[in-house]
Design a protein around this ligand. Structure first.
Ligand SMILES: Nc1nc2c(ncn2[C@@H]2O[C@H](COP(=O)(O)OP(=O)(O)OP(=O)(O)O)[C@@H](O)[C@H]2O)c(=O)[nH]1
Length: 413
């Protein structure tokens, strides 16, 4: 063999060795990545304070030999012991390449979203205005006003009541000119929306108490719970609050990833199950523990909306609530209601209200609906205020509900 051939063989061996080393390093790094949560700096936590409990590591849901649920609400084995492994996906800005978002301030979003609301609700307002702009209003005009209110989801009974009141007032007060009737309609709608209701979130009230405020998001699948939880976290961050997110929607695997993306954009830790279909109550428990340990201002728990039947739903949501309450009181249960589902959403709303007891409503997708009258119906039916409205898919398209701006939006003012 000549020296050239020897050199050639040596080079070939070196190249093969380098390639093998590269493949080895790649496989190791992949394995490490897969063992984490997929966001880089994930810390897998055993259920907080419960690691000495036999049989909890890595097991799912309720252990077969655990104690029976107690009637006092405390608690079955699963409520005593968070059993599914959860992990913290906190990687600061990992999803955004290390760049942290600056959420829009509350004031700025109020102005921007108010303008958007006025634009989207105009068809309803325009229809009313056209009718009311006539010199004299006949019975058929009043019927049209009622129909328009019904189409805007104000609800049949409420619409009828409102039109009767308007007609009486118009007669009594001798107001036939459109501007006066328009003003009366505005006053009536405002009365129905009820500006006097307390729409503040517990997190706002408790900011000085030093205690974490816990918020649970509920609603049917696709209503916008995960998106709203993410937007809400941003709203709190924009107010200088520290937030922890709990991904207790383990039914839809992508929901936790979605929430993690929201969290990473504003440096908010997200507690999630490291097992697909893990126990949602365990996630809630660990998220509550994490929020307490870190002295966070707000804990927001996202839940699943797709459950086989009402009994499952009651069971799971009730359990999430009780387990969270082992660490801290639950201040808010927010029902996320898709405004585009109109009156159909009302029945679902009732089921959730019955299942877990809600403290407020978030009306999502109001940007895609000209039927904002659902605000009036939902408040009347459930007896709780609409506290927030979702007005788009943008990260800061969530605003506190503002009754005056809303009614002006409906009427196209
Ligand atoms: N236009 C608009 N879209 C919204 C709004 N809120 C949420 N969405 C969209 O609605 C869709 C469903 O939202 P999700 O947050 O995934 O709904 P979910 O209730 O968590 O769904 P499940 O996890 O399946 O129960 C997404 O495409 C969101 O971007 C809103 O205020 N306006």
């Amino acid at each position: 063999m000549n020296s050239l051939a020897v050199i050639g063989i040596c080079v070939a061996v070196a190249v093969i060795a380098a390639a093998a080393a590269g493949i080895f390093i790649f496989i190791r790094s992949r394995r490490k990545h897969d063992e984490g949560t997929g966001t880089g700096t994930a810390v897998s936590t055993s259920p907080s304070g419960l690691s000495d409990t036999p049989g909890d590591a890595g097991t799912e849901s309720e252990p077969a030999a655990g104690p029976a649920p107690s009637e006092a609400g405390f608690p079955s084995a699963v409520e005593d012991h968070a059993t599914a492994e959860t992990s913290v996906g906190s990687s600061a800005g990992s999803e955004t390449g290390g760049k942290r978002d600056e959420p829009e301030s509350k004031q700025s979003r109020l102005v921007r979203l108010r303008a958007r609301l006025a634009k989207t609700s105009n068809p309803f307002g325009r229809a009313l205005f056209t009718i009311l702009s006539q010199d004299t209003l006949t019975k058929s005009d009043w019927d049209d006003v009622e129909d328009t209110l019904i189409l805007a989801d104000v609800g049949a009974e409420t619409s009828e009541q409102l039109v009767n009141e308007l007609r009486t007032d118009a007669r009594v007060q001798g107001k036939k000119d459109p501007a006066a009737v328009h003003e009366m309609l505005r006053t009536k709608l405002l009365e129905m929306v009820d500006p006097g209701l307390d729409r503040s979130l517990a997190a706002e009230r408790d900011s000085n108490s030093g205690r974490t405020s816990a918020i649970i998001m509920v609603g049917v699948n696709g209503s916008g719970k995960t998106t709203t939880a993410g937007k809400l976290a941003r709203l709190f961050v924009s107010e200088g609050k520290s937030v922890v997110l709990g991904a207790a929607d383990t039914f839809r695997a992508a929901a936790a990833d979605q929430l993690e993306t929201w969290g990473s954009r504003v440096d908010v830790p997200v507690i999630r199950s490291s097992q697909e279909g893990g126990d949602p109550a365990s996630v809630a428990f660990d998220a509550a523990q994490k929020a307490q340990e870190t002295g966070s201002d707000v804990l927001i728990i996202d839940t699943a909306g797709r459950l086989q039947n009402k009994a499952n739903l009651m069971d799971e949501l009730g359990k999430i609530r009780r387990v969270t309450e082992r660490t801290m009181p639950v201040d808010e249960v927010l029902l996320v209601l898709d405004a585009t589902t109109g009156q159909n959403g009302m029945e679902q709303a009732r089921v959730f209200a019955e299942a877990i007891g809600i403290t407020g409503v978030v009306l999502s997708k109001l940007d895609g609906s000209a039927r904002g009258g659902i605000v009036v119906s939902v408040q009347k039916a459930l007896g709780v205020p609409v506290k927030l409205v979702g007005l788009g898919e943008g990260p800061d398209d969530l605003a506190p509900f503002d009754p005056e701006g809303f009614v002006d939006g409906i009427l196209g003012d």
